[in-house]
Design a protein around this ligand. Structure first.
Ligand code: DCP
Ligand code: MG
Length: 460
């Protein structure tokens, strides 16, 4: 990041109109947010032409209290959304087609998308399997072409390679790019010029702002703030008085100031599987059987990729949706299928089960290494990342707290996120979450409801 720009915004936002003008006239970055449309559902429709043009959900079975991972746009017309229980989706649209998720297939397409994006720039920050930020500043400047033009090329290249549509939003920062791509879905392209940022942001509902979930939105609404523009025109000291540091950060964002860099390294991925029981389980036998089945699924996927794991995590959700995870790591040993199961069952002993019944259970493997050559690595689908990163602390870490939005509080039908631990013998870590207001701290960042971080925490 430009040094003077960072200094200017070190207090979270420009302090004077003169500083504001300087920020406005700074050489603008060209940030693009690319997000595949109805990703899992579109992959299914691409692979099976009989599913095309029909309401479709990729979801677990309603009998097993499954939830919707992805809904085709035809299904969304009936009000079906991600994270909704499958049973509710079926009530909304009895003729909806349901297919179970095929994660390997989505990972493989994600890898193809990554290859396409990398042909435009190395400055890529993947957020999930189907979503990335690209910093196209150098690409645009060296080619003397506009962000709009490059964005159009990116969309076309993704379509040619995968047969799928992506939506792309562009602007001088991540905040604008992400909101723009959300607004132009599906198959859209919306680029916001720096001079138009405030015109673009200000009419939007305050919930669109990064870090504003239902709880914060209610607090802002109680202050008479309904749009981003309402917040931008408030005295920041007043907002700070009401919301503390979060208020200051949100006020800066409302002014269109977001200095976060596109971060090109990424955490080492994990392989995991989880399931929600049809009814809450209070006895050991069915829970242990499910853990064994999930562990062998994880082991199979590790095998398929040629990976071995040094860390295992057990994730448990109690009936009140409180979620905990327990992990242990091994420096000198790799975990095979039976060890994964055995360790996961040991970890079960460190939960409140059976005093508390269990709604959901998940098994995750992290600390992935090449099974043949045990060196820490990343999965193929994020092979464009600069370097893997492991949390340096094995101590208890909070799973990202999220607003109790539907996507956060309902079961996500795949991939628990085990807390990373440094490899040593064996090192337990625990994390617990209850659905509550997100903290503005950096550790609260998630792709779904990220916490705002301004210049003072931006990485250069
Ligand atoms: N996903 C999931 N569980 C959720 C949300 C998403 O398993 N609660 C999976 C399925 C989605 C994929 O992640 O297809 C990408 O998530 P998005 O939020 O990008 O949603 P979609 O790509 O499905 O739709 P959109 O067109 O709104 O981006
Ligand atoms: Mg998507």
């Amino acid at each position: 990041m430009n040094a003077w720009r960072k200094t200017l915004t070190a207090a979270g936002r420009p302090q004077t109109r003169a500083e504001e003008l300087l920020v406005e006239t700074a050489p603008a970055r060209r940030i693009l947010h690319v997000d595949m449309d109805a990703f899992f559902a579109s992959v299914e429709q691409k692979d099976d032409p009989t599913l095309r043009g029909r309401p479709l959900i990729v979801a677990g079975s309603e009998k097993a209290r499954g939830v919707v991972a992805a809904a085709s746009y035809e299904a969304r017309a009936h009000g079906i959304r991600s994270a909704m229980p499958t049973s509710r989706a079926l009530r909304l649209c009895p003729q909806v087609l349901r297919v179970p998720p095929r994660h390997e297939r989505y990972h493989s397409i994600s890898s193809e998308i990554a290859d396409v994006l990398r042909s435009f720039t190395d400055r890529i920050e993947p957020l999930s399997l189907d979503e990335s930020y690209l910093d196209l500043t150098e690409c645009c400047l060296s080619r003397r072409t506009s962000l709009q033009t490059v964005a159009r090329e990116v969309k076309q290249a993704v379509r040619e390679k995968t047969g799928l549509t992506a939506s792309a939003g562009g602007g001088p920062n991540k905040l604008v790019a992400k909101i723009a791509s959300d607004l132009c879905k599906p198959d859209g392209l919306l680029v916001v010029a720096p001079a138009r940022v405030r015109d673009f942001l200000h009419p939007l509902a305050i919930e669109r702002l990064w870090g504003v979930g239902p709880v914060t939105a209610r607090r802002l609404q109680a202050m008479g703030i309904r749009t981003i523009g309402d917040l931008a025109t408030r005295d920041p000291r007043h907002v700070e008085g009401q919301l503390g540091r979060l208020g200051i950060e949100l006020h800066g964002l409302a002014l269109g100031i977001d200095e976060r860099d596109v971060v090109t390294f990424h955490e080492t991925r994990s392989i995991s599987a989880e399931t929600t029981f049809a009814t809450d389980q209070g006895t050991r036998e069915p829970v242990a059987a499910m853990i064994a089945s999930l562990a062998s699924e994880v082991a199979e996927r590790l095998d398929h990729h040629g990976f071995a794991a040094r860390t295992i995590t057990l994730k448990i959700r109690y009936p009140d949706f409180t979620t905990v995870s327990r992990s242990c790591s091994f420096e000198s040993r790799l975990l095979n299928a039976s060890e994964l199961t055995a360790r996961a069952l040991e970890l079960l002993g460190r939960t409140e089960f059976p005093q508390r019944a269990i709604r959901l259970v998940g098994v995750g493997a992290a600390g992935l290494v090449d099974a043949e050559r045990p060196v820490q690595l990343t999965l193929p689908f994020d092979s464009y990342c600069d370097a893997p990163r492991i949390s340096p602390s094995p101590s208890a870490s909070a799973t990202p707290p999220r607003e109790p939005s539907p996507s956060a509080s309902a079961t996500t039908p795949h991939e628990p996120s085990p807390s990373a631990t440094t490899p040593h013998e064996p090192s337990p870590s625990a994390s617990a979450t209850t659905p509550h207001e997100p903290s503005p701290s950096p550790s609260a960042t998630t792709p779904h409801e990220p916490s705002p971080r301004l210049a003072q925490t931006a990485q250069t």
